[in-house]
Structure formats: C-alpha cells, structure tokens
Ligand binder design. Structure first.
Ligand code: SF4
Length: 366
C-alpha cells in the first residue's frame, strides 16, 4: 500500500485576512519545532510500516520561512526512517516573495521537485485586500524564477468570490494564470470564518450568483487552455495532477507532523496534534479517534464525489458490503436521470457543470 508524509510548518511572516489555518507570526520557536518534528517522525514512523512512501508535502503556514537546509534536514530524516526510493513527488508550499533563484536552486538540490505557490490573484487590489505580502509582479517573477531554477512542476493557488473583483476582472486573473503556463491550478472560493481578521471585520464574499459565474468562467477558461478539471477545486495539465492530494482522496495512509497536523492509518483511525506550538515542542501526545463504518462511508462518498473519477462502486462494495452499494445506487438514481450525476461502468461521478451544487446532492447520500 502507498503512503504519504505531511509536514506542517506553522509559521507565517504576516497574517492574511481570510486565513483559518493553524499558524503563528512569531518565529521564536521555529528551531524547537523543527527539532521536535524530526523526533516526532521517528516516534510515529510505525504508522507507515509496511507501506511504500510515495509523496512528501511541506504545507503551512509558510514552509518557505525555512531555509533549504532546514527542509533538507527533514527530508534526510525521512530518508533514514522510510524507504524513499519510490518517492515521486516532494512539494513545498511557497510564498512568492520568499522565492529567489538561489533559494529555489537550493530547494531542488535538497530534493524538492514540486512547488505550490500561493499566488491567490494577479491583481494588486485583491492582494492588498487579502493582506498578502506579495504583489502581482512578484507572483509572476516567482514563477519565472522557479522555471529558471529548474522546477518543471509548479502549482498555484487562486481565490475567487472576492468582493474586490468583477466577473471580467476575475476572468483576466484566470486567463493570466493560464498564460503563465503553470502545471497545476487550485482555485478556492473565499470563505469567511468568524475567528479570522475578515470574520472579525464582517467582510462579505461576493453574492452567490456572481461566484457561481466566476466558477463557470474558471472552468471554461482552464478547459480551453488544456487543463483537466480533476477535482472540484483542482485543475492540471495532463500528467500533472497532485499525487499527494490524489492519495488523500483515495484514502491512503499518511503521517502528518507538526502542530495541528492530522494523520490517517488508511483504515478507520485518525489522529491529530493539538494546534499549539508550545504543546507541540513539549511533546504532548496526539489525540485520536476511530471512525465508525458509517462515518468512514460518508467520508469516502463525500471525498470521492468531489473528484472527476467519482465513487467506484466495486471499491464501495469491497469496503462496506453489497447493501451499502445498493443503497448508494438507489440514492444516485434520480440524479443520474437528471444527468446531474453520470455513470461509466462501475463509477458514478458529477457532470462538471453540476459540481457547484455538489454539497446539496452529496448530503442526500448521508
Ligand atoms: S494564507 Fe498562508 S501565508 Fe497567509 S496567513 Fe494563512 S498560512 Fe500564512
């Protein structure tokens, strides 16, 4: 069985207005946290015993607050503990203004082969609104730098539903992103969580009708530019899907290191570190839960229906039994008639234009 390693770097230099991830703007304890991560990796390596490690992902926070040597040291620790000979994808999430050609060359030298750059928009007015630290010019330059440094697998993130952009301005952002020739684009709708700076200020997203149109524009522009829409929020050039995220969606085991990071044993047990830097470097044990068959079934259905492959009925039957499969097919039936869901052999999946209403349809399966 394949597996993945996730390393959460919980530090940022500045807080973005919408961000609900666990992070700290104080880098005071960075060394202790990185040291503890190497220890945690060794302590929890048994979770991946008997699996083949395929992907490693540095997320955050902002992993590019670390030097290439610090990232390299964690990769060396992984190579001592796991058989990394079949690791095909090592991703680092990056902030555009951290990226110089020299930094990127060093990242490649220590074993990183994929970047996920938090571009978010190509309009300065949007970036300032979100309190991002980079400008659109820096975003474009970061991608050029990455190419010059030899990265041939680059993903970028975009955000839509911003009250600062009209539909036409959003179209220009998506066209601009496609013109950059990046290998992969993830696009997420702005969400406002209460505890974020946006939540506290009472910021609103665009009206639903407009963001629906923005999603349509996103799909249309990227399809024309040759991207495959392989998950509700993810688009890739052929052969450039995120292997790490695809492994999550298939339910393979992963070990998550760092404050707030989650792990999964590939069966029913999830564990997570408390989102606290102090608790983390003091070695507080992770919490854990075992999902019931129903909870796991719901999770599999929800995650699978968000992918282009959809639900594989044979796998559903294998894991949850013939009654579950039959029940799923009964629930899917009216949506298949309306062509909201489509069927090919043993797979049931959303028609692309109906992904937007997927939440309400998915709820019918629970
Ligand atoms: S969006 Fe990324 S860079 Fe911004 S505060 Fe959140 S984790 Fe940090």
């Amino acid at each position: 069985m394949n597996s993945s390693l996730y390393i959460h770097i919980p530090f940022c230099k500045k807080l973005c207005g919408y961000c609900d991830f666990f992070k700290s703007v104080s880098l005071t304890h960075k060394d202790e946290v990185l040291r503890r991560m190497a220890e945690e990796m060794a302590e929890r390596a048994p979770l991946l015993e008997g699996t083949t490690l395929k992907t490693i992902y540095f997320g955050g926070g902002t992993p590019t607050v670390c030097t290439p040597e610090e990232i390299g040291a964690l990769l060396s620790a992984a190579a001592r503990l796991f058989d990394c000979s079949e690791v095909t994808e090592v991703t680092v999430e990056a902030n555009p203004d951290d990226l110089t050609e020299e930094y990127l060359r060093e990242l490649r030298r220590v074993g990183v082969n994929r970047l996920s750059i938090g571009i978010q928009s190509l309009r300065d007015v949007d970036l300032e609104f979100m309190n991002r630290r980079h400008s659109s010019a820096q975003a474009v330059e970061a991608i050029r730098c990455a190419r010059r440094a030899g990265f041939d697998n680059i993903s970028i993130d975009l955000i839509y539903g911003l009250p600062t952009a009209t539909l036409e301005e959003w179209r220009e952002v998506v066209e601009g992103a496609a013109a950059l020739g990046v290998d992969h684009i993830s696009a997420y709708h702005l969400t406002i969580e209460e505890r974020t700076p946006f939540g506290k200020k009472g910021v609103c997203t665009t009206p639903e009708e407009l963001s629906d149109k923005e999603y349509e524009v996103l799909c249309e522009v990227l399809r024309k530019a040759g991207y495959e829409h392989y998950e509700i929020s993810n688009f890739s050039l052929p052969g450039r899907r995120s292997q790490h995220n695809s492994a999550y969606w298939r339910g393979t085991p992963y070990l998550g290191l760092g404050p707030g990071a989650h792990s999964f044993d590939g069966r029913r047990t999830r564990s997570w570190n408390i989102p606290s830097i102090k608790s983390y470097f003091e070695g507080v044990a992770p919490e854990c839960e075992t999902l019931s068959a129903t909870e796991r079934y719901e999770e599999v259905v929800m995650v699978s229906l968000r992918t282009a492959e959809g639900v594989d009925l044979s796998l559903l039957e294998e894991e949850f039994g013939p009654r579950c499969r039959a029940q799923f097919e009964v629930t899917a039936s009216p949506f298949l008639e309306q062509k909201i869901l489509l069927r090919k052999d043993d797979r049931i999946f959303f028609a692309e234009e109906h992904w937007l209403v997927s939440d309400s349809v998915i709820a019918e399966f629970f």
